[in-house]
Design a protein around this ligand. Structure first.
Ligand SMILES: C[S@@+](CC[C@H](N)C(=O)[O-])C[C@H]1O[C@@H](n2cnc3c(N)ncnc32)[C@H](O)[C@@H]1O
Length: 218
């Protein structure tokens, strides 16, 4: 991704070194303790929604795909602008032979007309995308465009400054925004609903700790 792109900062941090410590630090400590949304709850969401043809936007280390009890015949496509992420997740899931696409979810996805998915995940990705929330609507729109009718998008995103934060999560929120790792200070549950409802027929959001956990269907 071009460093001048507004979305560059949100994916830059996912280097090979960072990905090696991601699961215990980010999913173990930050997810469970700082944001107070049990990682096990998000694994459950994968188990509930992953379909036969699944698109994973921003797969990170591939943790959720490994633990999500995917159908044996599931066909997985990984999509991320960062080559290190695609290599790490593809290696972890090598027994499932995933396809990997280097792309930015904010731009129309480089998929052929026949590529249609039963499910897509966008887990802990929206808070990395450039704000305000209305700018993130392109991500929902681009994913909706590659889902089959009745297909499901699910995921989670950390809420912004007016969200249900503790002093600890508020401090971390401001720090990660100052480093541009997150760009979500103005993200709200209502803003997320608007973003999803612009492209999906039904939207459900549960707020758990400082995190909005969402499901949307075409
Ligand atoms: C916080 S990690 C989440 C990883 C994984 N989904 C999880 O929940 O553990 C954010 C992921 O989103 C990816 N990402 C950031 N900006 C993106 C963009 N514009 N398009 C697609 N993926 C992006 C990052 O490279 C990284 O893989």
């Amino acid at each position: 991704m071009d460093p001048s792109d507004a979305a560059y900062a949100g994916q830059e941090v996912y280097s090979r070194a960072f990905l090696r410590m991601y699961d215990p630090v980010i999913l173990g400590f930050y997810g469970n303790v700082v944001w107070r949304c049990p990682t096990s709850r998000l694994v459950q969401q994968y188990r509930q929604h992953v379909g036969h043809r699944h698109l994973d936007v921003g797969p990170g280390t591939g943790y959720f795909l490994e633990h999500g009890r995917l159908p044996n015949d599931a066909r997985i496509t990984l999509l991320d602008p960062k080559p290190d992420v695609l290599a790490h997740a593809a290696r972890r899931l090598s027994d499932r032979h995933p396809s990997a696409i280097q792309a930015d979810v904010l731009k129309p996805l480089p998929l052929t007309a026949g590529d249609r998915f039963d499910s897509a995940a966008m887990n802990y990705v929206l808070h990395c995308l450039p704000g305000p929330p209305v700018r993130k609507a392109a991500a929902a729109q681009n994913v909706a465009a590659v889902l089959k009718p009745g297909g499901v998008l699910f995921g989670a995103t950390v809420l912004g400054a007016t969200g249900p934060h503790t002093w600890l999560s508020q401090a971390v929120l401001w720090f990660v925004n100052s480093r541009r790792i997150f760009d979500n200070l103005s993200d709200t549950e209502d803003g997320l609903r608007d973003v999803l409802e612009a492209s999906f027929a039904t939207v459900e959001i549960d707020v758990i700790g400082s995190v909005a956990v969402f499901t949307a269907r075409t």
